[in-house]
Ligand binder design. Sequence first.
Ligand code: 26Q
Length: 813
Amino acid sequence: MTRPRFISPNEVSALRTNILSKLTYAVGKDPDNALDHDWFQATALAARDYIVDRWMSRTRDAYRTGQKRVYYLSLEFLIGRLLIDSLSNLGILEETRRALADLGVDLERIRGLEPDAALGNGGLGRLAACFMESMATLGIASHGYGIRYEHGLFRQVIADGFQLEQPENWLDFGNPWEFERAEVVYEIGFGGHVAPYGEGDPRRQVWTPGERIRAVAYDTPVIGWGGEGANTLRLWRARPLEILHLETFNAGDHVGAVANEARAESISRVLYPADSSEAGQELRLRQEYFFVAASLADLTRRHLKQHNDLLSLPEHVSIQLNDTHPAIAVAELMRLLVDVHGIPWDAAWSTTVGTLSYTNHTLLPEALETWPVQLMERLLPRHMQIIYLINAQFLDSLRARGETDGAMISYVSLIDESQGRRVRMGNLAFLGSHSINGVSGLHTDLMRKTVFRSLHRLYPDRINNKTNGITFRRWLHQANPALTDLLVDTLGQGVLHDPEKTLPQLKPYANDANFRERFALQRQRNKDTFTSLVKQRLEIDLDPGALFDVQIKRIHEYKRQLMNLLQTIALYQAIRDNPNGDWTPRVKIFAGKAAASYHQAKLIIKLANDVAKVVNNDPLTRDLLKVVFLPNYNVSLAEVIIPAADLSEQISTAGMEASGTSNMKFGLNGALTIGTLDGANVEMCELIGEEHMFIFGLKAAEVEERQRSGGISSDIIENSPRLAQVLSGLRAGQFSPDEPARYNSLLDVLTWHDRFLVCADFDAYWDAQRLVETRWQQPDKWWQSAVINTSSMGWFSSDRTIREYATEIWRAL
Ligand code: 26Q
């Protein structure tokens, strides 16, 4: 076995005993009657024991050494399954496999029974999960704080080609990884009124909420690589103050007595299934404040226990805000310091700024969070006052500095007066933090030049870049054991422990024909596995020798799945026009969810399914082109698709994808990227070399220039016969004969307001795809590039990213 082990040799028999004992005494089943699910539970509980031992000793260490604590506040943690990840990080994966085999149980079968913990929408949530694992690996004393949603991201069902959303019930069979902490409870208030606190500074007030609920902690241990580091993911569940309103109940109003409970619990009931702002939803604001208030109460309590003084907070504590979703923390921390602990305003402000830092994940104006002042006043009256005070102090300081530009001042104000009065959460997070970071070089550069240009001029040292990363333990070791084994065989175990240093040593093997063959062979095995999954789920036969061309991510216009589909149609039409041409057999693979209320995105899903239906059933093109839309994209599906991909589609409109992280996962697994110079693609290109990628299209600066001149594409369409043919086919109902006008709204947008420049990039994209085919037809070259992709990805380890956060922002290493 090529994998490392971290524990003692007689582990298999010990594991067998532990699993059997969990099955009997924790699950309550006899081995003879146990179902697969019972075995999964028993195995997870046995693994958890190993984790808990390390977790407790880490927690003790953190108190003993007084090391700096990092708190990662995020409304999303897109964790996925934990069994294989935990076993592999503990170094007992193979031992567990053998222990189960002795008991007549196949680990591969039971691993699939674990539900995906889908407490996130996409990249931002998955990043939080990768970061938790890297922080544990690096021995940083950290807590993730979030919400224990009863229902994670909806389950996507495709019916007649349309997306339907169904509730996701990940907790139905219990959750073996978590510990309920019934004793860790905080009261969270909403509404009510505010009154002055005595005669002193009028900036100190007393808030009496009109409504109170409880936040109850649930802890999940997160184990790092090698089983040494372990941290806590603490998720809050909303509960009523009293479970049953006894007086109401006794008065005979049995339904009314539980209404209170339902109202309180609605706060942690469901994840908002949107990846950009669902404007003004009261429940969303309640969620944001609920988890921020509970987390700050919890961490200040821990700090006071240890250090007895809140002014020392910045020395011992860093709080990272994952986007603006927890930005109300700025006002809540001020309230705790000033109102509750009686700290003078100015000292409280420097403590707040010294403790908080904020990561921005998007520049799209529609995704920047703002809340109506009216709603804030009703729900969080004291916080609204604090925001006004912060704003007044800030705007005064500008005038004192001699800033007179009214437009600039109203642009940086915390209150947007232009569309009803709204609080700008991005500006609040910026002012209340000592560090504001973007998630790729280009994105950070654009932050300085666009949304935060004025704030950047006022605080030139605050904005910094931390390019995203991914945990290789999940996205290589776990997802692709065949490639991992090949890498270990070739480079030794160092590649598992320190890929940043070791992976570059793979580069010379790109020229080794024998190695390339082994590299291609592991891909072929993964493609075979994926081919059977598609057969089983969709009844579609794929040619595993075809080029697997993959775009999997949230469906969004800026990510341009539509451009990919238009290309697919163009290719289909071209093959039909010349069926005996020298075509490269290709499978176009799509997966992704659309926000339930995002009409255009849902129409794009329907189009993918419509195109698939026509193309897959056309005998003229059948052996050359297949289109697959896999329903219900999630972390576990990504783990199967990515290792089987030949080509990775990263084709967002330049300047719009903050970073992307699947681009890194594909590159690590040796897929070649076709993409624009956007997000982290830019850094990938620098490290991999442009000749091993297929870069095309307008650059960010060109996009900006074009958008200023309006997005009318009729000229472009006239000058591109290929694009014109695609659009007229669609318009004529070539893919929707039952409803020829189905795609008119998409077509109208393309023609009259092509904000995402699908038309402008169409021909360049076509040309890049032909280069892909040329390379594919020269396997030596293709696999050379593939090996170079894998060997160049070490820098994208989330360990590197976290090390940068820890040294430059948190000062925690
Ligand atoms: C906001 C308000 C109300 C409801 C929902 C939201 C909301 C929810 C999720 C807004 C945004 C998100 C998620 C954003 C996200 O995933 N952004 C991605 O973050 C990745 C990690 O940095 C980047 O790689 C991607 O480029 C970026 O799109």
